[in-house]
Design a protein around this ligand. Sequence first.
Ligand SMILES: [Zn+2]
Length: 267
Amino acid sequence: MKIIDFHSHFYNGKRADGAEEYLVGRGLVLKTADGGLDGVLRWMKEANVAFSVNLPVAANPWDAAEMNIRAAKYNSKDNPVLSFAAIHPASPGLEDMLFDIKRAGFMGIKIHPQEQDFYPDDERMKKVYKFCSDNRLMVVAHGGAGTENNFDRASLKGEPAIFRSVIDDYPGLKLVVAHMGGLQVWDDAMKYLCAKNVMFDTAYCTIMDDMLLKEIIAAHGAQKVLFGTDFPWQTYKETADKVEKAAASREELELIMYQNAENLLNK
Ligand SMILES: [Zn+2]
């Protein structure tokens, strides 16, 4: 079956070094390949992944502009990849940056409430949602916690309940809340986001209980779930195996694995 990975991360420079150490330490994907485009293409080919979407996260406000210059280069080449743009709510000249993103032809932006330290309904984000909604740019947001055990709920930024208020306030916004609506807070994803006007992706669903993943897909609707892995932090194969078990039918599986992404990306 065709596979489109809607949630991956390409790394270069400093972050690639860190990524490689982390991954080798955990026996994950990148043992020898780098996390840059060449490495990603190699791994995609091996796993039969037809197309990958890169979601760059600006770790600080000053990184975003430079990351977007690199991301635009991925898009200018004839590779089976597409990169979203990075923004940070505290980036200087955020409004200009959004215009630049639009002008460069990006399909959307990635935000990460937890790593970028803001609540999804942050005042600074209002102009971002409005701009993206008016200009049909997608917003992919990290939902929920990180992958650490026993995370501190009080410090959680990407709360499903808060994403719900964004959905209610911006009905025209094309929003994806990654990690099936909220990593490790799936009860709330179910309560506040399921069946609403929002897409989920399956990135990191490998840590979910099989039954829970099945239930959320059924409650939310397979036509609103995108296959995503969080490559290179997770492998294509493990994620695909997990999703295959959770889909209720071949038709649903095809929607999740590539058809929903094709519709969104006009591929
Ligand atoms: Zn990710």
